[in-house]
Design a protein around this ligand. Structure first.
Ligand SMILES: NC(=O)c1ccc[n+]([C@@H]2O[C@H](COP(=O)([O-])OP(=O)(O)OC[C@H]3O[C@@H](n4cnc5c(N)ncnc54)[C@H](OP(=O)(O)O)[C@@H]3O)[C@@H](O)[C@H]2O)c1
Length: 341
């Protein structure tokens, strides 16, 4: 029996990962989830009666430390930047009483790779760098260690590998409907679709030549599952300095994403014209969506060599191109419910 402590279960990523574990052989995993709201805890218990709910929030360090000490694997999927909870996980896993190390899978975000553009406020322009998570792992580790603001990532990569085996999963643009009990929606592509429908026209940020890699949320969950499998089989060469993962199933320029979303909306008669005429600035993007300039305007392209070669993982979910109509339809349904027709 593997004891898993999971954060973010009511969220998009954590919820989909939880679905994956909860639908597997429950005699193999005992899952405990940190949930902060009593209403959502009730929803969780209804959906997954065998999952243990730990009531608390990310600032409850003592609870997180205690749960991590008793876990074999901590899946910290709630936040890329909450340093207190990450520190509590590190303490808990380091203090485990057994001889076996504790395992930690931490979600991170691909803006990690765009520090230069963010510093220079360069948004919407074409990038030229592809980060291969194996051959460029040293460069990624250097980007992390040279950036003191990346407290969580620095904590993950500094773990003593005899005590804690840690993996950093750098999330690119994640798409597809989540299968979790509460939030099933991602951010970057759905927000473009939402605004396209709201404004009745497509738009792009600046030249729209910047790209991110992308991955279907089901494929991301499969990677987390593979990592838990690697923990239970004590697989080597996949943790700590060898534990940087950038899962992806292709890349797309944001201008193309906007055009495809507008075309899908027009094909369903949701907007009159699919041509992108509106070009927004980084400041406008910030008004439309929190961190819009960074999440729609930077480059973050990678190659997921490590999971493919070390874990035998490969993406099998629909491509972003093939999901765009679903994204638009989901947003259209939400919009009709909100405006009441
Ligand atoms: N979606 C993407 O494309 C993507 C890509 C890369 C990285 N990321 C990052 O990965 C993380 C998770 O993303 P997501 O899309 O799954 O976000 P999400 O849907 O907003 O889920 C966040 C989860 O964390 C929980 N949470 C947040 N703050 C908490 C707190 N103070 N105490 C307890 N629980 C807390 C939320 O609980 P409640 O339900 O109570 O709010 C929810 O379960 C975020 O940091 C996000 O920036 C996301």
């Amino acid at each position: 029996m593997v004891n898993i402590f999971l954060t973010g279960a009511t969220g998009y990523i954590g919820g989909d990962v939880l679905y994956k574990f909860a639908t597997l052989d429950t005699s193999k995993f005992r899952v405990s989830c940190l949930v902060r709201s009593t209403d959502k805890a009730a929803q969780m218990s209804k959906a997954y009666p065998s999952v243990r709910i730990v009531q608390g929030n990310l600032d409850d360090s003592h609870i997180i430390e205690h749960e991590s000490r008793n876990a074999d694997v901590a899946l910290h999927l709630a936040s890329t930047g909450h340093s207190g909870s990450a520190a509590a996980i590190a303490r808990g896993l380091n203090e485990r009483s057994t001889q076996r190390p504790g395992y930690w899978v931490q979600i991170s975000g691909a803006t990690l790779l765009a520090g230069q553009e963010i510093a220079e406020k360069r948004f919407g322009s074409k990038g030229d760098r592809v980060f291969d998570d194996m051959s460029d792992a040293e460069d990624i580790l250097t980007l992390i260690s040279k950036n003191p603001k990346r407290v969580v990532e620095n904590l993950v990569i500094s773990q003593d590998s005899f005590k804690v085996k840690a993996a950093l999963v750098i999330g690119p643009l994640i798409y597809g409907e989540g299968r979790g009990p509460v939030n099933t929606r991602s951010i970057q592509a759905p927000e473009i679709a939402r605004l396209t429908l709201q404004e009745k026209e497509g738009f792009r940020l600046g030249e729209g030549r910047n790209s991110w890699s992308n991955i279907h949320v089901h494929d991301l969950s499969n990677l987390v599952l593979e990592l838990v499998g690697a923990a239970t089989s004590a697989k080597s060469g996949v943790w700590n300095k060898d534990g940087i993962y950038f899962p992806e199933n292709g890349q797309m320029e944001f201008g193309e994403l906007s055009s495809r979303i507008a075309a899908a909306a027009q094909s369903r008669s949701l907007i009159p014209d699919a041509t992108i005429k509106r070009v927004i600035s980084a400041d406008e993007a910030e008004v439309f969506m929190a961190h819009g300039s960074i999440l729609w305007g930077t480059n973050a392209v990678g190659k997921s060599s490590r999971a493919r070669s070390r874990l035998g993982w490969k993406p099998s979910g629909a491509s972003l191109e093939n999901e765009i109509l679903n994204i638009v339809q989901c947003e259209a349904e939400k919009r009709s419910k909100q405006i009441g027709f």
